[in-house]
Design a protein around this ligand. Structure first.
Ligand SMILES: C[S@@+](CC[C@H](N)C(=O)[O-])C[C@H]1O[C@@H](n2cnc3c(N)ncnc32)[C@H](O)[C@@H]1O
Length: 204
């Protein structure tokens, strides 16, 4: 994957299988499940497993992704699992123009796909849609992961810098991303790519 993948790159992934598509949420989101409150936005929801996990816990969940095929698969899973999730084809960079409001935002692998410029716009959107006191749970590749396979790496300091105004970074913990085991050609650290899992609260 290039450092900053565009929509076409994601469409290409979803023409087949995507390396991040593991059929379940990444582990840190399961670990914090009891802290999640509704309504929940899953930004860059992919094929919807994290959204569906929280819907199964009786949360009101909206999942957005700009790739149509990802949302088609997510809706299919929701039907199969008899779960009610609002899955929308939507660009996360349009969040600044959205009227919807949430008390939780899940970002499982979206923040790290953006260029510096798009990251600033995404942050503006998160600030708009997340209620004061609401929480953002964010997992991204870490700069401690060697090599160049996968998305761009993010340092702990970049996270602090990105969320320095109007946010309180409550914790940033090391984590590991679980990758679809079929993607053996991508080289990552033993135990999975190194990641950060951040809990960030929206302040006025
Ligand atoms: C690394 S995948 C993670 C998918 C899912 N959250 C997961 O954990 O399996 C990143 C996802 O973000 C989506 N995405 C990338 N840029 C986006 C944007 N600007 N707006 C909405 N979705 C975007 C991609 O289509 C892809 O599904």
């Amino acid at each position: 994957m290039s450092d900053v993948p565009d929509r076409a790159a994601f469409e290409e992934f979803y023409a087949g299988e995507a390396p991040w598509d593991i059929g379940k949420p990444q582990r840190p989101f399961v670990t914090v499940a009891d802290r999640v409150t509704s309504p929940v936005l899953d930004a860059g929801c992919g094929t919807g497993d994290t959204s569906l996990f929280f819907a199964a816990r009786d949360h009101r969940v909206t999942g957005i992704d700009f790739t149509k095929e990802a949302i088609r698969r997510a809706r299919l899973k929701a039907t199969e699992q008899k779960l009610d999730v609002q899955f929308l084809v939507k660009d996360a960079l349009t969040l600044p123009e959205w009227d919807a409001r949430f008390t939780t935002v899940i970002d499982s692998g979206l923040f790290h796909v953006f260029s510096d410029q798009d990251r600033r716009r995404y942050l503006q959107g998160l600030a708009r849609v997340l209620e004061t006191g609401g929480q953002l749970f964010l997992m991204c590749f870490s700069d401690e992961e060697p090599g160049t396979d996968g998305p761009r790496r993010v340092s702990r300091q970049e996270l602090y810098d990105a969320f320095d105004q109007g946010w309180k970074v409550e914790s940033i913990e090391p984590a590991r991303v679980e990758v679809n085991p079929r993607f053996k050609e991508m080289r990552f650290s033993d135990g999975g790519p190194k990641a950060w899992f951040a809990i960030i609260r929206r302040q006025k």
